[in-house]
Structures are given as structure tokens and as C-alpha cells.
Design a protein around this ligand. Structure first.
Ligand code: RFL
Ligand code: PHB
Length: 404
């Protein structure tokens, strides 16, 4: 960040130090482009917030190619498939065999955020945590401004060439686009996920997605010693209604495999939280000199493990777009939104499909249950159907043409 006559100046003002904002700041620095990141939470909060865990192979490649994969290469766990469980049976889908060798990697979003913050600070990058009153203005001029109040209460205004709205679903950037210039598509689901992090080795070698009459359950992991598990609950459920033993009993019930000898290992619960489920796409992802990336522009329900991957792919497209724009070439900027939205809609459809196939809709009739089971049986018995799931789960190119 440069100071000119007391005023602050940067090329790209970035709102939000989640994966999208931090990775964009790093990718821009690799291109010699100056940025400032402002974040309204503390560094400790950003580094502890429990979220995603599964990286597509394209996301792993992006982190590797941009020099961010030191710890990921040592600690990430490559997974070659998932289990789908329904009707009291567990079936393995072998992604490597179905897709010609593609895999996903289990490496927590919290670890990516820690790696990114450490790298930005080591490289002299500017990240202001604990800010408040963030606002963006003059977005249709070629000198948009970013305003905020710092942790000590002082007000600042940064003049930028471009602003990147990487401030998540509840941020200030998307609402600063005039409502009549954007189209929003949205669906809320009548259920939520209760997620726990548990200090216990996983009871499975690959993720288990379980369809059960009591509701969906997911067994994921964070390492060979820490498990991450989720239960479908009502959207208005209070986390206090779920003491540890109730959670473990319900997980054991939904993952039960009678007669198999398989058991769910239990351990101390380190973290718990309830996440609502929503599909949301706001288009276009650009307004003048404001570019949206990640959850600021789109949300998917977590069943397809897509949100973090979409955020990373957006900034993979955005970094070269901004580089060209700053050199006076607007062509990539004009196509940024379309370049992202093909992939965003593919992930939105896949996440909706996985979600509606695996969850119990409150009040649904026996017809819906039969349709879900028929779809699940088809996925595990048809190579074409299994390949479709595997292809979507392991990911898409960052630029996926909307018409493709
Ligand atoms: P983030 O991570 O929400 O970061 C936005 C940042 O902006 C800050 N912010 C502001 N800063 C300054 N001023 C303001 N006015 C601000 N307003 C907000 C916020 O504090 C925050 O630090 O968005 P980003 O970077 O776009 O990243 C998106 C991902 O976080 C999200 O899509 C994923 O976590 C979704 N997700 C998953 N994605 C996957 O790819 N694979 C998964 O396995 C997966 N599992 C999940 C998930 C999300 C979950 N939850 C809790 C929503 C599992 C769960 C349970
Ligand atoms: C996770 O590990 O947090 C996770 C994994 C797969 C999903 C969602 C979340 O589909």
C-alpha cells in the first residue's frame, strides 16, 4: 500500500480474508500487483473457523503452482473415492477407475487459511484484521474507494484501481450493486447440518455419505487422528439440544451396518455448529470496477463439497483478468462473469442433486423415498451414472463455458 499526500492508495482493494480474498492477494502479488485486504474478524477467528475439507484436484494444482502447497503436500490426504450408504448397505465409488485417475484431497479450509495468511505476511502483504464499517464506493469510476475503521477506531479511505468483493454471503460488496442490475436465483432447503469436529481417528478410510430414514449423515475427516461428522437436523434446531452423547448415538444409528462388525469410534467433541443449507447465485459477478468472487456471489449446500473449490477457481480466473485490466485491456474483465458462471451453475446443479438425493425432506411421502432410493441404486449399479457423480465430485475447469 502506498501513501500519496496522506491518502492511501493500492491497485486492488480486497474485502474479506477468507480463502478467496487471501488467495487472490497472493496470486496478484505473484504478478507484481499491489493489494490491501481488509477483514472484519480477528486473525485467530479466521484461522479457527471450521468449514470445508475437500479439495478438487484443480484446487490442489492451483495451490501447488502458486507455491502454497508445502504443508498440503505433507499433510493432505488424497482420496480416490467415497462411500454411498443407503438401505443398510455401504457401496464404494472408485473415482480413480471411473475418471481415469482423478482424486480429491482432504485438507481443511482452516489450514489453507493459515497457510495463506502466513505466506502473505512473509511476503510483506497487507492484511488488516478486526476492521469495522467496511464500505465500497465510486464503483463505476476508474478510482473506486474502500473505506473502513481500523481496530484502534481510526477511519481510513483507500483509493483503488479495482475492488474485489471476497466478503462471503453476508458481506457488503454484493449489496452495493444496484438491485435492478443483478439477477438472483435462490433456494433454501428445509434442513440444516449439525457438524462436529472430534478428537478421534476416523472410522473410515474415505468419506461416507449416508441416506437414512432419520436423515442424512456424513463421515468426513481432518487427519488420521481427527474426524469431522455431520447430521441432518431441522433448520431451526438449537445446538444446545444436542449434547455429545445424543450426537454420537444418532451418528451411530445413521451409519449402522448390521452384521458387518463396523463400529463408529467416539471421542471428545472439539467444535460444533449448525449450518443452514442454501443454493444462491447472483449474476453478473461484476459491476463497474467491483468484481465478486466466492461466497459473495454464490452459495451451494455443502453436500457436493464445492463452495471452497468454487471460491478458489473464481480467483484463479480473476487474477489474470485484473492483470489485463490494469494494463488497459478490458476484454477479460468483460467476460469474467460468463467465464465463471458456467462452472458455478454446474456446481450448483451437482450440489442440489446430491443434496436432494440424500436428505429427508420434512413431510415427504413414500414416493419421494422410493425415487431417492432408485436414484442411489442407479448410481452404484450403472458405470455411466457413477462416472457422472465422480466427474462432478472431482471437479471442473475454472473456465467452464456456460453453453458447454
Ligand atoms: P468466506 O470464507 O466466507 O470469507 C469471507 C470473509 O469476508 C469477511 N467479511 C468481511 N470483511 C470485511 N468487511 C466486511 N463487511 C466483511 N463481511 C465479511 C468474513 O469474515 C470472511 O473472513 O468466503 P470465501 O473466501 O468466498 O470462501 C468460501 C468458503 O468459505 C465456502 O464456500 C466453503 O467453506 C463451503 N464449504 C465447503 N466447500 C468445499 O469446497 N468443500 C467442502 O467440503 C465444504 N464443506 C463448507 C463445508 C461450508 C460449511 N459451512 C460452515 C458454511 C462445510 C460447512 C459446514
Ligand atoms: C468436510 O470435511 O467438512 C466436508 C466434506 C465433504 C462435504 C462437506 C463437508 O460434502
Amino acid at each position: 500500500m502506498k501513501r500519496t499526500n496522506g491518502a492511501m492508495r493500492t491497485q486492488v482493494g480486497i474485502v474479506g480474508a477468507g480463502p478467496a480474498g487471501l488467495l487472490l492477494s497472493h496470486l496478484l502479488a505473484l504478478r507484481g500487483i499491489d493489494s490491501v485486504v481488509v477483514e472484519n474478524r480477528s486473525r485467530a477467528y479466521c484461522e479457527a473457523r471450521q468449514r470445508a475439507g475437500v479439495l478438487e484436484d484443480g484446487s490442489v494444482r492451483l495451490l501447488r503452482e502458486s507455491g502454497l502447497s508445502g504443508r498440503l503436500d505433507r499433510e493432505g490426504l488424497e482420496h480416490g473415492g467415497i462411500y454411498l450408504q443407503f438401505d443398510g448397505e455401504r457401496h464404494h465409488l472408485d473415482f480413480r477407475a471411473l475418471t481415469g485417475g482423478r482424486t480429491v484431497t482432504v485438507y481443511a479450509q482452516t489450514e489453507i487459511v493459515k497457510d495463506l495468511i502466513a505466506q502473505r505476511l512473509a511476503d510483506g502483504g497487507v492484511v488488516h484484521f478486526d476492521v469495522s464499517d467496511t464500505a465500497v464506493d465510486r464503483l463505476t469510476s476508474d478510482r473506486p474507494v474502500l473505506r473502513y475503521t481500523d481496530a484502534g477506531g481510526s477511519k481510513h479511505e483507500i483509493t483503488c484501481d479495482v475492488i474485489a468483493g471476497c466478503d462471503g454471503f453476508h458481506g457488503v460488496c454484493r449489496p452495493s450493486i444496484p438491485a435492478d442490475l443483478s439477477t438472483v436465483r435462490e433456494r433454501e432447503y428445509p434442513y440444516a447440518w449439525l457438524g462436529i469436529l472430534a478428537d478421534v481417528p476416523p472410522s473410515t478410510d474415505e468419506l461416507i455419505y449416508a441416506h437414512h430414514r432419520n436423515g442424512f449423515a456424513l463421515h468426513s475427516l481432518r487427519s488420521l487422528t481427527v474426524s469431522r461428522l455431520y447430521l441432518q437436523v431441522d433448520p431451526d434446531e438449537a445446538v444446545d439440544n444436542w449434547p455429545d452423547q445424543r450426537i454420537w448415538d444418532e451418528l451411530a444409528r445413521r451409519f449402522e451396518l448390521p452384521g458387518s462388525g463396523w463400529e463408529l469410534r467416539q471421542g471428545p467433541v472439539l467444535d460444533r455448529g449448525i449450518t443452514p443449507m442454501r443454493s444462491f447465485v447472483s449474476a453478473p459477478m461484476r459491476y463497474g470496477r467491483l468484481f465478486l468472487a466466492g461466497d459473495a456471489a454464490h452459495i451451494v449446500p455443502p453436500t457436493g463439497a464445492k463452495g471452497l473449490n468454487l471460491a478458489m477457481a473464481d480467483v484463479d480466473v480473476l487474477a489474470p483478468t485484473l492483470e489485463a485490466l490494469l494494463k488497459g485491456d478490458e476484454r477479460l474483465a468483460d467476460s469474467y462473469s460468463a467465464a465463471c458462471l458456467g462452472r458455478v451453475w454446474r456446481a450448483t446443479h451437482f450440489s442440489w442433486w446430491m443434496t436432494t438425493m440424500l436428505h429427508q425432506t420434512p413431510g415427504a411421502d413414500a414416493m419421494e423415498a422410493e425415487l431417492q432410493l432408485s436414484q442411489l441404486r442407479y448410481v452404484i449399479s450403472s458405470r455411466a451414472a457413477a462416472t457422472s457423480l465422480a466427474e462432478n465430485y472431482t471437479g471442473y475447469p475454472a473456465r467452464l463455458a456456460a453453453a458447454g
